[in-house]
Design a protein around this ligand. Structure first.
Ligand SMILES: [Zn+2]
Length: 259
C-alpha cells in the first residue's frame, strides 16, 4: 500500500534541486517539486538562479571523449552492478529515507559523468556538420549517375539504409559513397537554381541532431542550422537521416524538396 505523498517543504526542494534541474526525476517526484514551486517564490528564485548558473557552466565546460577501454570498463562495471541488484533505486524520492536521497545523488552524479563522456556532445555534432560542409565544398566526382532509380540500386550493400533520393526541383547530378565520422553515407548532388545542393542519406540510429531552429513543412520536421555561410537542413524518415547542405535559404531548400 502506497501512502499519498506528503507535500514538499522548502528544505526538501533544496535537497532535490540538482536532480530536479538535471531532469533526473520521475514524473511523480517532479510534480511534487513543481507543486511546491507554484506556491513558493523563494524556491522558485533559487531554481531560476541555479538553472542559469548550470547552463552557463555547461557552456564553458570542455567535454573530453572517454577512451574506448575506459568506456568498456565502465560499461562492464555497470553490468555487474545490475547483475548484483546494485543499480539506482526506484522510486527515487522517499521522505522518510534521507540516505536514499544521498545514495541517489551519488549514483546520479556518477551517471552524469559517464553519460557526458559517451553521448556525442554538442561539440561532437559540430564536428559532423563541419565535415559534411567540407565534403560539400570539395565537390568530389560522382561515382554513379543516371537518375534516382539507378543511384538507389547502386547504393544497395554500400550504405546500410535504403537510399531513396527524394524528389527535388532541379537536376540530380549523381552520387558517391562517403564517410562521415566513420559512418558510410550516400552523398547525392543536386543542382537547384544554379546552386549546388548536397544531400547525405545515412543511418540515423542513435543520432540526435538538433539545429538552432525547427521548421515543419509538407509533413516533415526539419532541423535547421547555419555554419560558415551554409544552411543545413536535417530531417529523418523511417530511421533514415537526410541532411541537405547548400547556400540556398532554408525555405528555398524546403520549397525545392516539395516539388
Ligand atoms: Zn519553498
Amino acid at each position: 500500500v502506497t501512502a499519498a505523498p506528503l507535500p514538499m517543504t522548502c528544505a526538501d526542494v533544496e535537497k532535490l534541486l540538482h536532480p530536479y534541474l538535471d531532469g533526473e526525476f520521475a514524473a511523480e517526484e517532479r510534480a511534487l517539486v513543481d507543486l511546491h514551486l507554484a506556491s513558493c517564490r523563494r524556491c522558485l528564485d533559487v531554481v531560476a538562479f541555479q538553472r542559469t548558473f548550470k547552463t552557463s557552466l555547461r557552456a564553458r565546460l570542455h567535454r573530453p571523449t572517454a577512451p574506448p577501454n575506459l568506456r568498456a570498463s565502465v560499461l562492464a562495471a555497470l553490468d555487474q552492478a545490475d547483475a548484483r541488484g546494485d543499480g539506482p533505486p526506484a522510486p527515487i524520492w522517499r521522505r522518510a529515507a534521507p540516505l536514499t536521497v544521498t545514495a541517489f545523488l551519488t549514483v546520479a552524479a556518477a551517471i552524469l559523468v559517464f553519460v557526458g563522456a559517451v553521448v556525442p556532445s554538442h561539440a561532437d555534432s559540430a564536428v559532423v556538420k563541419e565535415e559534411a560542409i567540407r565534403c560539400h565544398e570539395k565537390n568530389l566526382p560522382v561515382e554513379v549517375g543516371g537518375g534516382a532509380e539507378n543511384i538507389s540500386s547502386w547504393m544497395v550493400g554500400k550504405v546500410n539504409v535504403p537510399v531513396r533520393p527524394p524528389q527535388v526541383r532541379g537536376s540530380l547530378v549523381g552520387a558517391r559513397l562517403n564517410q562521415l565520422r566513420s559512418r558510410d553515407v550516400a552523398q547525392l548532388r543536386y543542382l537547384v537554381d544554379g546552386s549546388l545542393v548536397t544531400l547525405y542519406v545515412f543511418d540515423a540510429t542513435g543520432m540526435d541532431i538538433t539545429g538552432r531552429e525547427t521548421l515543419v513543412a509538407g509533413g516533415r520536421v526539419f532541423q535547421v542550422d547555419t555554419m560558415r555561410g551554409y544552411n543545413i537542413l536535417y530531417y529523418r524518415e523511417r530511421g533514415v537521416g537526410y541532411a541537405l547542405i547548400s547556400d540556398l535559404e532554408p525555405d528555398e531548400l524546403i520549397q525545392a524538396l516539395r516539388e
